[in-house]
Design a binder for this molecule. Structure first.
Ligand code: SAM
Length: 345
């Protein structure tokens, strides 16, 4: 394709893209130029000059219009620029404010976190201290227990389900003080062995109830190993329903207690809490008639809500039953006097 043809094509495209006023102006220019040529060619000099003047005037007016249009465009452009700058400045201010706010809240959050961590470390340290102190109390108690007795076989572990050394130490102190001839224990295990040694010394005996045949058998085996079979008798007493004030509890089968009377010391360490709410509450209602005229009751786990509630209800409802102060451990000590007279514990 020749360059002339390409030029023609481009020209056609441009002409097609002209607006109607531009087409009118172009037509006028073409008519004027044609008029000038014709007037000059036919010797009408005056007309040709007039047409040239008209053409120049038109060009001048066109330039004026163009410059006004460009001025307007320039002003519109400046106004748009100003608006854009305002919008950008506002956005910048908003971004800076948001970043500043975030920075401040991050600072606050950081302070909160530091405070929580410091508090946690302090509490942890406190918990650690408490644990160390309670452990050292248990070690001291264990040391005293072994000073008093020389076991004939390895002693079973204390703590967890079994009585803690501090509780065992006070229990054996009560045995030494009151010299009970008959002790009944609800919940057999490590305590049965320690009580066995203490009662062997003073000529007393222990009946220990266990609701679970396996645990009862384990306790019997331990007692045999320690040569305490003649001092301690472990009875299996499955849990059965016991009604108290219209409420049903699961408690040891009372058939296993029918020959029991004159209990000098009652140790309540069962049934386990997992067998039901207020699991140990029925103990005193079931055992009161079997207590000696004066007796001592030791309830383990008295730090728990159910046990604290049981002590409150017992002492409120059973005449002659009094809560006594105790030295160490997490158990409660109660004294019982059928006559209601004060008993020294
Ligand atoms: C609190 S325990 C009695 C513990 C016992 N007086 C002693 O000092 O070793 C009450 C009953 O829980 C059951 N028991 C003992 N050890 C247990 C264990 N590790 N897990 C589940 N039950 C256990 C036994 O049936 C026991 O009679």
């Amino acid at each position: 394709m020749s360059s002339l043809t390409r030029f023609g094509g481009r020209l056609t495209v441009r002409l097609q893209s002209l607006t109607r006023p531009q087409v009118v102006v172009l037509m006028l220019v073409v008519v004027l130029v044609a008029g000038i040529w014709t007037a000059a060619g036919t010797g009408h000099q005056g007309l040709a000059v007039s047409l040239v003047a008209a053409l120049l005037l038109g060009v001048l007016l066109g330039i004026l219009h163009l410059s006004r249009w460009m001025g307007g465009m320039h002003r519109a452009n400046q106004a748009a620029n100003r608006d854009l700058r305002t919008v950008v400045e506002q956005m910048q201010r908003r971004v800076v404010a948001t970043v500043e706010k975030e920075r401040l809240t991050a600072g606050d959050r950081h302070q909160d976190l530091s405070r929580t961590i410091t508090r946690g470390l302090r509490q942890n340290g406190h918990g650690h201290d408490l644990l160390l102190r309670s452990q050292s109390r248990e070690f001291e108690a264990m040391f005293q227990l072994f000073q008093e007795f020389t076991p004939r076989a390895p002693m079973p572990s204390s703590g967890d389900f079994a009585l803690n050394p501090t509780d065992l130490l006070e229990l054996l102190h009560i045995v030494r003080l009151h010299q009970p001839q008959l002790v009944v224990e609800l919940g057999s295990g490590t305590s049965s062995v320690w009580l066995g040694y203490a009662l062997e010394k003073i000529g007393g005996r222990l009946i220990s109830l266990d609701h679970d045949e396996d645990y009862a058998a384990r306790t019997r085996t331990m007692l045999e190993a320690h040569g305490l079979g003649a001092v301690v008798e472990v009875r299996t007493a499955p849990l059965t329903e016991l009604l108290l004030d219209g409420r049903a509890y699961q408690w040891y089968d009372r058939e296993q207690l029918k020959d029991v009377r004159d209990v000098d010391l009652l140790v309540i360490d069962g049934p386990p809490a997992a067998t039901g709410p207020d699991a140990r509450f029925p103990a005193l209602h079931a055992m009161e008639s079997k207590l000696a005229p004066t007796a001592t009751i030791v309830l383990d786990d008295a730090n728990r809500a159910d046990e604290q509630d049981a002590v409150r209800r017992w002492t409120e409802n059973i005449t002659g039953l009094v809560s006594e102060p105790h030295l160490i451990g997490r158990h409660a000590v109660l004294s019982y006097s059928r006559s209601g007279a004060k008993v020294s514990v």
